[in-house]
Design a protein around this ligand. Sequence first.
Ligand code: SF4
Ligand code: SF4
Length: 87
Amino acid sequence: MCMAFSVHVNMNRCTGCGNCVVSCPVNALELYTLDPVTKEKIYHVKDGKSISMDVNMELCAGCGVCVGACPYGVITLAGKGQAGVFV
Ligand code: SF4
Ligand code: SF4
């Protein structure tokens, strides 16, 4: 199925607080650090260091809850059926 929307997280400004991860009703968001040696994902985020966010767009319903849940406004959602519209 072709998704007409996408979620983008500005990781330069993300603090790793995890609010968005908790808020997502379908658990499409994954926040982790990478072990510098093994390159494995570490799910307990410490001090916001080297954090990355995965958005599973196959799960994401484009509901926008994560956008509202982010206290720092670093998540943007390109609208459903509105290709190219970023708010
Ligand atoms: S838009 Fe909704 S479903 Fe998609 S990642 Fe955000 S909270 Fe989850
Ligand atoms: S809610 Fe915002 S600041 Fe917190 S982890 Fe998610 S994107 Fe980062």
